[in-house]
Design a protein around this ligand. Structure first.
Ligand code: HEM
Ligand code: HEM
Length: 205
């Protein structure tokens, strides 16, 4: 019970960051400059040492408490959304460990500005994109899938004549649509982004 509360509270905090982070990626639709200037605005908040420390702690809590929750609840339901809840959690744990490690290595080991170009280098270069396209797409869809699964459990009534399952389906499909929009922007409308020489180090074979 306490574990669930911890996961719930830190999930709420983390969702505020993830919401703004995904909005930032949507801004890539308008080009790299727009993405970078939006990130600079958000950074002035989340890069504050206290805020960023809290952010990293919530990521750690989310993964740690999520894995323990899986052990507790994995046999409790067989509906589609019960299973999706578990699978999206597992994927988010995998993604967040790699993603945060990459950002930390990029910043402190490679001394790069972990901006738009850092995020999209692998997405825009073959064969790295074979990994990065499903890697990012699944992360965004998993986040919305996790939220849809929570909604399907907590929501008890129809909304605008839609059953709870239909409401959850809409959340999941919206996530998939937004993932497609983000990928469209982050790949310069599928035409590809020229990666500045400083970021070539990430793509070195
Ligand atoms: C993006 C980060 C995540 C957010 C925002 C998030 C959010 C949440 C929230 C709000 C709940 C509902 C808690 C409640 O019922 O009171 C939940 C449940 C759960 N989460 Fe997460 N979570 C995240 C990542 C993870 C990860 C990484 C895992 C697993 C490794 C995980 C596994 C679970 C499980 C197993 C449940 C309980 C499912 C059930 O009650 O049947 N979550 N999550
Ligand atoms: C389109 C997919 C994504 C791309 C291209 C991307 C890219 C990036 C980049 C470039 C940074 C560094 C930010 C900075 O230096 O200020 C970052 C940080 C981060 N991302 Fe993502 N991200 C994506 C999706 C996600 C998702 C789905 C999550 C969560 C589920 C997430 C969680 C985080 C976290 C927690 C940080 C650390 C923030 C910090 O630097 O303090 N990202 N991401």
């Amino acid at each position: 019970m306490q574990l669930k509360n911890l996961h719930y509270l830190s999930g709420l905090l983390l969702s505020v960051f993830i919401g703004s982070h995904l909005f930032n990626h949507l801004m890539a639709w308008e080009g790299a400059e727009m993405h970078i200037s939006t990130m600079e605005k958000f950074r002035s908040f989340y890069r504050h040492p206290i805020v960023e420390t809290i952010l990293f702690i919530t990521v750690f809590i989310q993964i740690f408490s999520g894995i323990r929750l899986i052990k507790k609840v994995s046999k409790t339901g067989s509906r589609f959304y019960d299973k999706l809840h578990i699978w999206t959690g597992i994927y988010l744990a995998f993604f967040l460990i790699i993603h945060i490690s990459a950002v930390v290595v990029g910043r402190y080991v490679l001394a790069l500005d972990t901006n738009f170009y850092f995020g999209v280098a692998g997405l825009n270069r073959f064969p790295f994109n074979l990994f990065f396209i499903p890697y990012y797409t699944l992360a965004i869809v998993s986040f919305f899938g996790h939220m849809a699964a929570i909604h399907s459990k907590k929501m008890k009534r129809e909304l605008l004549g839609l059953s709870v399952i239909k409401q959850a389906n809409i959340m999941l499909i919206t996530g998939a649509g937004l993932a497609l929009c983000m990928l469209y922007g982050l790949t310069n409308h599928f035409k590809g982004v020229d990666i500045p020489p400083a970021y070539e180090v990430i793509l070195a074979k």
